[in-house]
Design a binder for this molecule. Sequence first.
Ligand SMILES: O=P(O)(O)OC[C@H]1O[C@](O)(CO)[C@@H](O)[C@@H]1O
Length: 378
Amino acid sequence: MDSSDPASFPWSVFHDRHPVLIERIAGALPRPAAHHDALDALLAESTSGVVSALDVESLRHEHWPWWRPEYRGLPWGETPFLWAESYFYRRVLDAVGYFVPGLWRGLDPFGPIKAAELAGSSVSEELAALDDVAALPADEQWSALVGSALWGNRADLSFQAGPTASEATGGLIADDSDALRGLLHDRPPGEVHVLADNAGREVLPDLVLIEHLLSAGLATAVVLHVKPFPYYVSDATPADVWAAVARLRDAGGRAGEVGGRLFGFLRTGRLGLEAHEFFCGPLTYDAMPSGLREQFAGASLTISKGDLNYRRLVGDRHWHATAPFEELTAHFPGPLAALRTLKCDVAVGLTEETVRRLDGTGKAWRTTGEYAVIHVRG
Ligand SMILES: O=P(O)(O)OC[C@H]1O[C@](O)(CO)[C@@H](O)[C@@H]1O
């Protein structure tokens, strides 16, 4: 899949979303002219120019092992979408001096956007609602926790820069939630891995679910895999996880208790936080390094969150939407569950009838974020 067709979703990501994003990054902090010039140049290059190589100075400080010399000089739209988006985010970091020594080193360009979300009233309301969840019977509590983690994936800040975002909820169009429940409740507990997606409103319910897994004895330990660097606008980094745990702990009520326990789990290592460079790379998961492969092979379950992880799991292609999830993810070591709202062209694991019904709505159902799936490969 590439982004060369002006009628395609990937094209709209580069031509409609990225200009909004660049404007937000440029305007959020009093940046020097060099940052503005570099951001403008990146936008021009990635929309109407050709791929150029990474800045030598930034490479001296942080490598990018996924550079493909054969893409140099090609219009960005002719390179694979997955590669082009990943490269775009690395170039954003270069444009704002993220890796080179100086005042701006290590400063998350999406930080102000993420911080505003975390401090916002929607988060306060969602955290207060945890008091009600705690009062539910165990079964309903479980469904509520899984549902929040799933639908939290709609709160993606890159998505909010796009024209297709929809507030409506179309519901689950593939639902293996019973299998997910069974994997965690009907077997001896083991180590669960979670492939995190967005910070803020997504990682908060993920953390609440993780705390439940640990406190209820459904997992002996949990490893949360996040991005080592700012990526895809709102993807969670270690700093975002610590900020979310602090937000929970300071919230009071049930959220405060959960945050306090998570703080302890992080300190004792029952909740591990890892940030492998592979997670900021443009490769699909069948190409993961052996160290990660071994970790997932030993897990009782890996839970993958979000759209980008899903693309990387099944392959970023125009699959027929009935292509079986189990087959496409057979490369993944160990049991796997994917919780995802649909925000790109990739859709698999649906029934013919569902596809007919969704096509019949005449809506861009694959990209609006209205629909969600829970897929499990046990
Ligand atoms: O945060 P998520 O759920 O991974 O979604 C990110 C999504 O953003 C897009 O890259 C568009 O910017 C989608 O194609 C992508 O999969």
